[in-house]
Design a binder for this molecule. Structure first.
Ligand SMILES: NC(=O)c1ccc[n+]([C@@H]2O[C@H](COP(=O)([O-])OP(=O)(O)OC[C@H]3O[C@@H](n4cnc5c(N)ncnc54)[C@H](OP(=O)(O)O)[C@@H]3O)[C@@H](O)[C@H]2O)c1
Length: 250
């Protein structure tokens, strides 16, 4: 087995973070579960120096939701600045951040603007890093279906979609954190690419939800204009293994 490493998972109690923590522990590594509720706060800086002491890598999967661009860019920018500064001060050699495929092209969407601020802060920090950009999670499809629902109909953008299971995202992040920094970005997407509409229909169908689903070229991605490839990788990417059907069955 390779040498045991200490990895701090910022957002270690969340959907992706808890899975990353388990994978690290199962492989014999030390995983520090960091979240604001347990006194380790990336945004305020509270508890960071102690948590990061002696760590080999940090995986940042913290999250906050806001539809206000200033609030969300401040959260991701400030947190990333605090983390990369604390890493440099304590000698942590690798920062791994989870972002979203094509965040730079979708920055008219406030949340994507926040992820772009995170990416830019990490890339300009001077800290060795890997940014993993994932597509939307299987676990996020229900939220998307709800957000695009109005008057009993689900109208979604007329674009491609390639969701990925949270398990596959966590595995890719752990592999990145245990490897060498790329000082760049890698894309990550699920095993199937099809229309956004078809995934929403399959998901609702599995829940016996008979709401009609339609693709509408006038519908954007929460404020960001879209083209066919807006939510899928444009070049090479790491491919996840779990299909939506397998995930639903599990
Ligand atoms: N949803 C998608 O389809 C998708 C796609 C690609 C990428 N992503 C990215 O995936 C990441 C993880 O998402 P998720 O769904 O796993 O998030 P989540 O379940 O909402 O968990 C968020 C975690 O962040 C922690 N946190 C929040 N503020 C913090 C702070 N100031 N300091 C330290 N920890 C903090 C939370 O714990 P406390 O509340 O205790 O602080 C929690 O552990 C996000 O960055 C998101 O942008 C999501």
């Amino acid at each position: 087995m390779s040498k045991m490493k200490k990895v701090v998972v910022i957002g270690g109690t969340g959907l992706i973070g808890s899975k990353a923590v388990k994978l690290l522990q199962d492989a014999g590594h030390e995983a520090i579960v960091a979240s604001s509720r347990n006194g380790i706060n990336a945004y305020t800086g509270e508890g960071l120096a102690d948590a990061l002491a002696g760590a080999d890598a940090v995986i940042d999967v913290s999250n906050m939701m806001s539809f206000d661009t200033a609030v969300i860019t401040d959260f991701f920018g400030t947190s990333s600045r605090n983390l990369t500064s604390a890493e440099q001060a304590t000698g942590v050699r690798h920062h791994v951040a989870l972002s979203i495929v094509n965040a730079d092209q979708l920055a008219a969407n406030p949340y994507m603007a926040g992820k772009l601020a995170q990416e830019q802060t990490v890339a300009s920090s001077g800290q060795a890093y890997t940014i993993v950009r994932a597509t939307q999670f299987h676990e996020f499809i229900e939220t998307l279906a709800g957000a695009y629902s109005a008057d009993g109909v689900v109208n979604v953008p007329d674009i491609d979609f390639q969701p990925i299971a949270a398990d596959d995202v966590a595995a890719a992040l752990v592999e990145a954190a245990l490897g060498e920094p790329k000082n760049g970005t890698v894309d990550l997407a699920g095993p199937e690419r099809a229309t956004f509409e078809s995934f929403i229909r399959a998901y609702l169908g599995s829940k016996s939800d008979a709401r009609p689903v339609a693709a509408d070229a006038a519908v954007d991605y929460f404020g960001a204009p879209v083209v066919a490839g807006s939510l899928v990788p444009g070049g090479g990417y790491i491919k996840g293994r779990v299909t939506v059907a397998e995930w639903l069955k599990a």
